[in-house]
Design a binder for this molecule. Structure first.
Ligand SMILES: Nc1ccc(Br)nc1
Length: 446
């Protein structure tokens, strides 16, 4: 059988001019380590995923924003020992500036909010879908880039904002066929940690660092967690109490331990009550061990997980009320989440929920005579001006090739431009699914 190019499957290609000889510099055709190409099939899935990100953001009244992939390194330099800092893809540019490929979007969003200052009215509800980077030693063979969907609410101090954000993610999951049996959200508050640390007079300045260490529970041995906490300045007694509290999975139990007077319990109870009203109670559960691995969270934190426990966190977020003021901006309350484009695809594959996406071109237009190429181009333009997609056969090809091509692009109609019909101002239309064929006047094409 012949390939699409009408030859023995090999590439006929244009004849290279023997007179011109250029030095061949053979390149590696693969993308850099840890990065991905998106050929058409993968790009269709990505476009489908991002279309759902954007549709949910629209449903919640959020406005899309974007920022440079390249940012000042200073945006991401935090002293709490985060993994995101250890893996910063940073360098000095030709102007001797320290810059970095963004590892996340929140600092850029905070920067833009501060830049806009009083010119924007609160609350701000912004979303972005952007590529984020990390430089990880390839020993672990993990990716170095992924696309993240972020939604952020700036200017709302109450947990209604977090409840709205979780509702948007639930809405997204439902749209793509994921149910509460597939995934859930583990929810807690860093104020739980804060209240325990205060009981043991641990300085507030240690808070970020302690959170980052706690976030490593389950990733490194518990003895190392304890050692790291104590070398950070937390007493052995406080460490024991802290780890005890972090094992709590019930809000009632937490209230028994912390008492009902603190903000942590009150906010969490409010959030669970709002979840009931939003109608997503079955999706969320309290888990005191959830702290998330970013230093700037200050309150409610949450992460989406797969109930089979096979995958890494699907998404995560929380309240970060201090980030803008640490950048020199106003003391604005803020919360948001990040949702990566990789784990969700693994989950969809696991659950057999990957959508069937194929190239769909409505029309394929072909001249039956090399002298009618111009006529075929005219037909294509008429259809395209009517917002109809058209694959125009650009070279003289056997009909067998044209039908094969039409099948590959799932064309609905084949438009044949033949000389006898053209002289009568007509073309032949063939409905490829039924084989029905008829002549149409050029100005009646639709
Ligand atoms: N922050 C970050 C960036 C890139 C990847 Br892949 N994972 C996490």
């Amino acid at each position: 059988s012949t390939g699409e190019n009408g030859s023995g499957g090999g590439r006929s290609g244009a004849l290279s001019s023997p007179a011109i000889t250029e030095e061949v510099q053979k390149i590696d055709v693969n993308p850099p380590k840890g990065t991905r190409d998106f050929p058409p099939e993968e790009m269709r899935l990505r476009t489908w995923l991002f279309r759902n990100f954007r549709e949910v953001s629209r449903l919640f009244g959020f406005e899309e924003v974007d920022f440079p992939v390249l940012e000042s390194e200073a945006l991401f330099i935090r002293k709490a020992g985060e993994e995101i800092r250890d893996q910063l893809y940073c360098f000095e540019d030709r102007g001797n500036r320290r810059v970095a490929l963004r590892p996340e979007l929140t600092p850029s969003l905070a920067r833009l909010v501060i830049q806009k200052g009083k010119s924007v009215s609160l609350p701000l509800k912004w979303f972005a879908v952007g590529q984020c980077w990390r430089y990880e030693r390839m020993t672990r063979g993990r990716r170095r880039e992924h696309y993240q969907w972020n939604m952020d609410i700036i200017g709302v101090p109450e947990v209604m904002a977090e409840a709205e954000l979780i509702s948007s993610i639930v809405t997204f999951f439902k749209r793509i066929g994921i149910t509460a049996s597939d995934v859930g959200f583990k929810v807690s508050s860093r104020k739980v940690l804060q209240e325990v640390l205060r009981c043991y007079s641990v300085p507030e300045s240690l808070f970020g660092k302690v959170c980052i260490i706690i976030d490593k529970i389950g990733k490194i041995p518990m003895d190392d967690i304890k050692k790291d906490l104590m070398s950070a300045g937390v007493s052995e007694e406080a460490v024991e109490e802290l780890l005890q509290v972090l094992s709590i999975k019930s809000l009632t139990k937490l209230e028994e331990i912390l008492g009902g007077a603190g903000e942590a319990v009150a906010e969490l109870k409010k959030l669970f009550s709002l979840a009931e009203k939003f109608g997503y109670s079955e999706w969320i559960e309290f888990d005191a061990s959830i702290v998330r691995g970013l230093a700037y969270y200050t309150g409610i934190v949450f992460e989406g997980f797969d109930r089979e426990g096979k995958l890494r966190a699907i998404c995560g977020g929380g309240r970060y009320d201090r980030l803008l003021s640490t950048f020199g901006g106003d003391d604005l309350p803020a919360c948001g989440f990040g949702f990566g484009d990789a784990v969700i695809v693994e989950l969809l594959k696991d659950r057999g929920l990957l959508p069937e996406l194929s190239l769909q071109v409505e029309n394929i237009v072909c001249a039956l005579d090399v002298n009618l190429q111009g006529a075929a181009a005219r037909v294509a333009s008429i259809l395209r001006e009517k917002s109809q997609s058209v694959e125009l056969v650009l070279e003289s090809k056997p009909l067998k090739w044209v039908f094969k091509r039409a099948a590959r692009i799932n064309a609905h109609k084949l438009i044949l431009v033949g000389s006898s019909e053209w002289q009568r101002g007509m073309v032949v239309v063939k409905i490829l699914s039924s084989g029905e064929q008829y002549e149409v006047k050029l100005d009646e094409l639709e």
